[in-house]
Design a protein around this ligand. Sequence first.
Ligand code: C2E
Ligand code: CA
Ligand code: CA
Length: 743
Amino acid sequence: MRGIIKNFGGQRGDPIRVPDAEAAAARSGVLDAKQRLKMFDALEAAGISWFWATDDTGALTYLSPAAIGKFSDDRPVIGEHLGSLVETVEGSDSANRTRPLTFLLSARTTFTDQPVRLAGSIASDDTESGTWWALTGKPQFNKNGDFQGYRGSVKDITAMYHAELASSRAAEYDSLTKLANRHRMSRRLTTVLNAYRVEKRSCALLMLDLDRFKQVNDTLGHPAGDELLRQVSQRLEQIVPDGAEIGRLGGDEFQIILPDEDDRGKLGELANRIIQMISQPYSIEGSRAIIGTSIGIAIAPYDGIEPDELVKATDLALYAAKGGGRGQFRFYSNDLKESAEDRREIEEDLRDALAQGELEMHYQPAVDAKSHHVRGFEALMRWNHPAHGAISPVTFIPIAEDSNLIDELGEWALRQACEDAAKWPDEITVAVNVSAQQFVSDNLPKVVENALAASGLPAKRLELEITESVFMGDVDATDQMFKKLRKLGVKLALDDFGTGYSSLSYLRRAPFDKIKIDQSFVRGCAQDDNSSAAIITAIVSLARAMNMATTAEGVEALDELKCIAGLDADLVQGFIFSRAVPQTAVLEKLESGELRYEPVGPAKHRSSRKTLFRRVGVIHEDHHYSAMLRDLSRTGARIEGLVDVPVGTQLVLDLGEGQLVVGTVRRSQDATQGLSFETPLVSDGAGGLCTRHRVSPYMLAAAGMPLRALPPGHYAIPGQQGTTASTPKFMQVDVNAGSLRAG
Ligand code: C2E
Ligand code: CA
Ligand code: CA
């Protein structure tokens, strides 16, 4: 505000018209009282300056009529205390801080260009609006030195004040969403981190990137995209706790600075709430749109001390969250750096894979649930990488989606699959997976049509498998796409049903011929999980009522097959009949004339339970041992490597990166112990687990370690460093990961 006032000396009103005689008198320097009064009137009338005066109590005795006009009509002005007519507003920045006018008046000091706002000239607490004046005042004393009141001038600075405020806001805030802009966020982060380093406080940084925002922008247009961003901002402001600062860094990227938060349990909950809130449908100019968001989280001082370190860490975490299938959050961890590099390498190689002939389509049969006769094949893409060997589509399809390669790969898959299927018997169909990204491209119907024409495959023999994520984005455009594809005569299947956003309302909206029930239900069904069986039954009967067929996916074991057969699904697909095989193998099978598949598999599903073979530190008293982590759950772990540790012993597991977990030995046999944790672990957003809190680098610094984000490896608890070992309590045996893996 002070800055604003300084600049405004240059403002000029209309030229003052002063009668000639008076002008002459003025030039000569002699003005009588009458002339002076006229001059005063002229100045006032020209609006160059308005005048005011108070009595010794501060009550207004005079105010230029034009200035009085600025108050609402029913408000008394003359006779009112000046301090009640105008208010001084304290800005949030120290540069804007002003002393209250009442203070200045009672101090009877001279003041110049004191900015004030007319009381009642704003509706809310919004510092930007209202009428602003700059008041100059000089106390008046009589001959005896008694205070008589004030006299002074008023300038209306409203326009200038608003203009300056707007430009200073433009430098700091995003005009679209009114959130802080990149510049302000980066300054804030630097300020917070610098202050917190001294005070040994923590600060979380969240980075958000909207999923499928581009889709909405492209299909509904930029004004709709802008509106969506505004609504997203409003939702964020509702969820984010007090004290946090939200910014929009540009495009569909948002950042949140959350001071004094390092509890990963709470941060994970907040991230989940944000994800849920952002994924609720939006109403935009009469259209409905659905988007999602991915979130990366890093926490100072653990993941970075300097602002740029912390920002880089959140970026990597966000990158991993997006790679993990979107709609997820991720905490930063040191190994993300490595996987980000792998990803970049894959992306580069993928650009050439098609041209190099490294991609291939394989086919997995879908058989009739009762007769086990083959009805069709699902085409699944395979990549034989010259150096890394086979790379799973689970890895490379999301990368292709992110790097705009999916259209090219998808088109090739369609052409190849149609060409191969054209060589199969007439009644056998081919199913091709279509990524949601391809689904929004206007080209898709043409691409499908061309693939059919080139191969001569009748449209009804081609089935497109689509996941629920196509329902994100613009609803009308999605419906249009469904119509166009239907018109071509191809079949449509809803893939992975029951995962993700799953809503039965999708079934009503879209004309599917088939629902593919996700493998997780098949797994659950055989494991006496009644809810899985009930869900399958519900899906099957619903599908039947709507004239849709059902496929149970991922059947591996005989008990699963039996369970599925009992639930009336039409088709079955899974390793129990066959994995995906090359076209040559399909042709061999078909030429044999034997169109049935025999179920071959284990009696029961063997869970490919993620057994961990991670080396961890174990701390007991003042000894740091090394052990293998065999199993990890929220509430406990199994470790191998220490011999004969008695039940009841308290151990501290060092999971790396400052994650220490206190546990008690509950079971112990030879070199293996089962531990239960004092404090449960929390989700790391990636299906893994992490501790809520970590050992702070500040603590390590206090113990003599250099202050920097924690190194990946294990370290001793501060205070125990350098303690030379008394005899260790337990014997440590060397279990190595390789031998365990082989066993
Ligand atoms: P999806 O469409 O759900 O395909 C089924 C996946 O389950 C395939 O994995 C298949 O090999 C696997 N599977 C089949 N039977 C069993 C079983 O009994 N047990 C287990 N554990 N797995 C079984 P795959 O080939 O690795 O493909 C993974 C995903 O990659 C596919 O999931 C699909 O979403 C995507 N994908 C594959 N090919 C393409 C493609 O050409 N285009 C697009 N856009 N996505 C593709
Ligand atoms: Ca599929
Ligand atoms: Ca599937």
